[in-house]
Ligand binder design. Structure first.
Ligand SMILES: Nc1ncnc2c1ncn2[C@@H]1O[C@H](COP(=O)(O)OP(=O)(O)O)[C@@H](O)[C@H]1O
Ligand SMILES: [Mg+2]
Length: 361
């Protein structure tokens, strides 16, 4: 899929600009704090309905303006698609081909993107939250069923956690099994789809990491917990684990088992990357995982997602930059950097200079 045009109005530091993207490599360049990442963020927002950096849409609206507008014209395997978002302080409206969508699940999948920025090191260095977020965003874009199951799971989980704080123990013990039956149904979908995702991701990530490091390192990505069987069996396993932990959950006042606690292990050449990897190794591993995500999208939908590489080049050494450029050939990419010449080595591309929230001809 390709994004052809992106229109921004009162979005972040943009007043009114239209970006025309080519099918291959697009390079947004310019000094710091000019609006390169903001543009990348707008693309991501239209793909996922979520912001990259913030929780409140309000910050996306240009200071002093009442609302922001982002419109993208894109093409996917089904034809042309237009996505528009109007963002207000406390609400937003998103339309796909003119039709207002009522839930985020209906936005997912029209334009898929994979986003990589230096902050993505968190994927490996930070706690499990980041890795679950990675899986959630990635899987949701190709599986509305996953996204819906995840939302329902989280909702019931909140209710279960509220119940665990209730001081009426007999009420709690009577009610828990009712919640748990429901909870495990959605949990099983989440667990199963994550396992399928990681089964596909792991070999690609391993291959890409080996490619970027000239075979010097081996990357292993795998789920931290084992679940056997189909969704029914997973649900049963979880139900058992939940009931085994009633005492602990009651004592702590929250649910201690389930996919909201699951993680994935990332190993580089046999050792836990989170604990032992250097910055450079971590960066390459995170990049490999993201490029693996690109391939999964391609396998699942038959077309590449839009790859957004924010400020990535400056963090890579020269051989890795060149390898990266080779590997993304044929994938529509939006790449931001401060000095286009220094990172491109003559690679053919559509260069767009950004200055103070404007495109400079
Ligand atoms: N809501 C907003 N209204 C106006 N300016 C904003 C808003 N949000 C961010 N900015 C400005 O955008 C600039 C940062 O843009 P960014 O895209 O992150 O820069 P870079 O080109 O370095 O990637 C900063 O000057 C910041 O003040
Ligand atoms: Mg930036």
């Amino acid at each position: 899929m390709q994004i052809k045009k992106l229109f921004l109005q009162n979005f972040r530091n943009y007043e009114k600009e239209t970006f025309a993207f080519s099918d291959g490599l697009n390079v947004l360049f310019g000094k710091n704090a000019q609006g390169k990442t903001n543009c990348a963020e707008a693309v991501f927002y239209l793909c996922t309905g979520a912001s990259l950096r913030i929780r409140h849409d309000k910050q996306l609206v240009k200071i002093g303006a009442e609302s922001a507008k982002i419109t993208a014209e894109a093409e996917n395997r089904y034809g042309r698609v237009t996505i528009e978002a109007d963002i207000f302080e406390n609400k937003r409206e998103i339309r796909v081909n003119g039709t207002k969508i009522t839930k985020n699940a209906d936005l997912m999948g029209h334009i898929n993107s994979v986003f990589f920025s230096p902050g993505e090191l968190r994927l490996i260095q930070d706690g499990p939250d980041e890795r679950r977020r990675f899986m959630n965003i990635s899987i949701s874009q190709t599986s509305p069923a996953y996204y819906t199951a995840l939302l329902r799971y989280n909702k019931i989980l909140d209710q279960r956690n509220a119940l665990l704080k209730n001081s009426d123990y007999s009420l709690v013990l009577d009610t828990l099994p009712v919640w748990d039956e429901q909870l495990c149904k959605y949990a099983a979908t989440v667990v199963k789809k994550r396992a399928e995702f990681l089964d596909k991701l792991a070999p690609y990530a391993k291959e890409l990491h080996a490619y970027l490091t000239d075979g010097a390192e081996e990357l292993v990505v795998r789920p931290d917990k084992k679940y056997e069987g189909d969704e029914d069996e997973i649900a049963k396993t979880l139900l058992r684990r939940l009931s085994n932990n009633y005492d602990k959950d009651l004592r702590l006042g929250f649910t201690t088992v389930g996919p909201h606690r699951d993680d994935l292990d990332v190993l580089i050449s046999g050792v836990d990357a989170k604990a032992y990897a250097s910055q450079g190794q971590t960066r390459t591993a995170a990049l490999s995982m993201k490029l693996a995500e690109v391939r999964i999208f391609k396998d699942l939908s038959g077309e590449y997602p839009i790859l957004v590489l924010d400020d990535v080049m400056s963090e890579l050494d020269l051989p890795r930059r060149k390898k990266l450029l080779q590997r993304i050939h044929g994938i529509q990419t939006i790449l931001t950097c401060t000095h286009a010449e220094r990172v491109l080595y003559g690679t053919e591309c559509n260069k767009i200079r950004i200055e103070g929230g404007r495109i400079k001809e």
